[in-house]
Write a protein that binds this ligand. Structure first.
Ligand SMILES: Cc1cc2nc3c(=O)[nH]c(=O)nc-3n(C[C@H](O)[C@H](O)[C@H](O)COP(=O)(O)O)c2cc1C
Length: 410
C-alpha cells in the first residue's frame, strides 16, 4: 500500500478581528454561549487558550436553589444522515451556585484579563436577582446575561412559562437587575416563543438594560419511538419538551434578531443555530454585535474557533471591511414587508452544461409547481416559459450549484 504525505492544510492568515462592543473589547466576534462547555473552569480555560474571545458561564443561581437534573438529557434531530442537525436538551441551569461561579470569574479574569468573561444568572425573587448581579460585578465579570428564557423555566406558579413570555414581568425583572448593576452591562436573554418579539425588546429597552441576547433554544418534541410510543429523550418511557438548538434553528434566530434590530435601538448578542463563520456574518448582518456558539462546540469541540477566525479574516479582506463591526446591520435595509417587494417577471433557466439529468426539477415542478418543466429524450429538462411563473422551486431541489437560475424575463 502506498502512503502519501498529507499536504499541510493551508489556513488563511489571521488578521486583527478585534473591536469594541457594549464598551467591552472583544478579540474577535466569537464567544461561548451559556452551556455545559462553560460550566467548568478547566474547559473555559482551554477554550480561551484556543482563541475564543469570551464566554458566558452557564446560568447560576443563589446558594440553596434546588437544581434537579434528569438523565439522559440530550436527543437529536438527525436529518437525511446529518447528525445533530438539531439538538434537544432537557438540561436546567448549572448545579454550581454563585459561590463557585464567582470564584471561576475571578480565576478567569486573573489569568485572561483580555478575554470577555460573563456570567448568566437566573432567580425568582428581587433580592436574589440583585445579589447575583452585585456578587458577579464584584468578582470582576465584564457582562451579566440574565436567562429569562430557560425552556424548562417557569414564572412563579406558572409551570413551563418563561419570564420573557410576559412583557410586564420582563420589564419589572430587568429593572431590578439593572438597578443592581453599578457599572457592567446587562443583557437579557429572550425567547422567540412570543407573539410579538418587538414588544419584549421594547420592555427590555425601557428597563434600562444594555442589551438583548437573542435568542434561546426553541421548545420542541424531539421525536417518538413508534413502537413503544416513548418520546425522546426517553427516561424510562417518559419525556418532556426539549430546548432545540443547532443548525435547524438558525433561520428562526435570524428572523428574531432582524425583527428586533429593525424596530428597537438596542445592542444584540446573537445565539441560536450559528455553526460557521458565515453563519456569524449572517447574524451580524441582521444586527448582532457578537455571536455566541454552543451546539457546534458540543459536537466538534473548541477547535472550531480556528475555522471561525480564519474564515472571518478571509471574508473581511475580500469585502474590504476594516473590522467585524462593519458587518453589523448591513442586511437590514434589504428586509422589507411583502407589499414593498419588487415585482418582476422571472423565469427558470437550466444550464444544460451543468445538468446531470436527475429529474428532480421535473418531478418537483410537475407535482409541486406549475407543470412547467418537460422531460426531453436527451433527459435534460426543458422549461416551458409560458407555464413557468418563476416560483424558484426547481432551483432549490437541484443538487448542482448554479445549474438552475431564476432570470429576469425581458
Ligand atoms: C445542553 C445545553 C445547556 C444549556 N444551558 C443553558 C443555560 O444554562 N443557560 C442559558 O442561558 N442557555 C443555555 N443553553 C442555550 C445556549 O446558551 C444557546 O443559547 C443555545 O444552545 C443556542 O445556540 P446554539 O444553536 O449555538 O447551540 C444551553 C444549551 C444546551 C445545548
Amino acid at each position: 500500500m502506498e502512503y502519501r504525505q498529507l499536504k499541510e492544510i493551508e489556513i488563511y492568515p489571521l488578521r486583527d478581528l478585534s473591536y469594541d462592543f457594549l464598551g467591552i473589547h472583544f478579540e474577535n466576534p466569537f464567544i461561548l454561549a451559556a452551556a455545559p462547555s462553560t460550566d467548568n473552569l478547566t474547559m473555559v480555560h482551554r477554550a480561551f487558550e484556543m482563541g475564543w474571545a469570551g464566554a458566558i458561564l452557564k446560568t447560576t443561581s443563589v446558594e440553596g436553589t434546588r437544581v434537579d437534573l434528569a438523565y439522559p438529557m440530550m436527543s437529536t434531530f438527525d436529518h437525511e444522515g446529518r447528525k445533530l442537525f438539531g439538538m434537544g436538551n432537557i438540561d436546567l441551569i448549572s448545579e454550581h451556585h454563585i459561590d463557585t461561579v464567582e470564584y471561576n470569574v475571578r480565576m478567569l479574569k486573573k489569568e485572561f484579563p483580555e478575554k470577555m468573561v460573563a456570567a448568566s444568572i437566573m432567580a425568582g425573587r428581587k433580592e436574589d436577582w440583585q445579589s447575583l448581579v452585585e456578587r458577579l460585578e464584584k468578582a470582576g465579570a465584564d457582562l451579566i446575561e440574565c436567562s429569562f428564557s430557560c425552556p424548562q423555566g417557569n414564572i412563579g406558579e406558572d409551570p413551563g412559562k418563561m419570564l420573557a413570555q410576559s412583557v410586564s414581568a420582563t420589564e419589572l425583572t430587568a429593572r431590578w437587575v439593572k438597578e443592581a448593576a453599578k457599572k457592567i452591562p446587562v443583557s437579557i436573554k429572550i425567547t422567540p416563543h412570543v407573539t410579538d418579539i418587538v414588544e419584549v425588546a421594547r420592555a427590555v429597552k425601557r428597563s434600562g438594560c444594555d442589551a438583548l441576547t437573542a435568542s434561546n433554544s426553541i421548545q420542541a418534541l424531539m421525536g417518538i419511538d413508534i413502537r413503544s410510543f416513548a418520546p425522546y429523550p426517553s427516561l424510562g418511557g417518559k419525556s418532556t419538551y426539549s430546548g432545540m438548538t443547532g443548525p435547524a434553528i438558525k433561520p428562526i434566530t435570524l428572523r428574531t434578531i432582524a425583527e428586533i434590530a429593525r424596530n428597537v435601538d438596542i445592542p444584540i448578542l446573537g445565539t441560536g443555530g450559528a455553526s460557521t463563520w458565515s453563519d456569524a456574518v449572517e447574524f451580524m448582518a441582521v444586527g448582532a454585535g457578537v455571536v455566541e456558539f454552543c451546539t457546534v462546540v458540543m459536537h466538534y469541540g473548541f477547535r472550531v474557533i480556528d475555522d471561525l477566525k480564519s474564515g472571518m479574516s478571509h471574508y473581511l479582506d475580500e469585502m474590504k471591511f476594516s473590522s467585524p463591526a462593519a458587518i453589523v446591520g448591513k442586511a437590514l435595509p434589504n428586509i422589507v414587508m411583502h407589499d414593498d417587494l419588487p415585482r418582476r417577471t422571472v423565469r427558470s433557466h437550466i444550464n444544460e452544461k451543468l445538468c446531470i439529468a436527475c429529474d428532480l426539477c421535473y418531478i418537483a415542478c410537475r407535482d409541486g409547481g406549475h407543470m412547467a418543466i418537460d422531460q426531453q429524450p436527451s433527459r435534460v429538462p426543458d422549461v416551458d416559459r409560458e407555464r413557468c411563473v418563476g416560483c424558484g422551486l426547481c432551483q432549490h431541489v437541484c443538487p448542482v450549484d448554479g445549474c438552475i437560475e431564476m432570470q429576469v424575463a425581458v
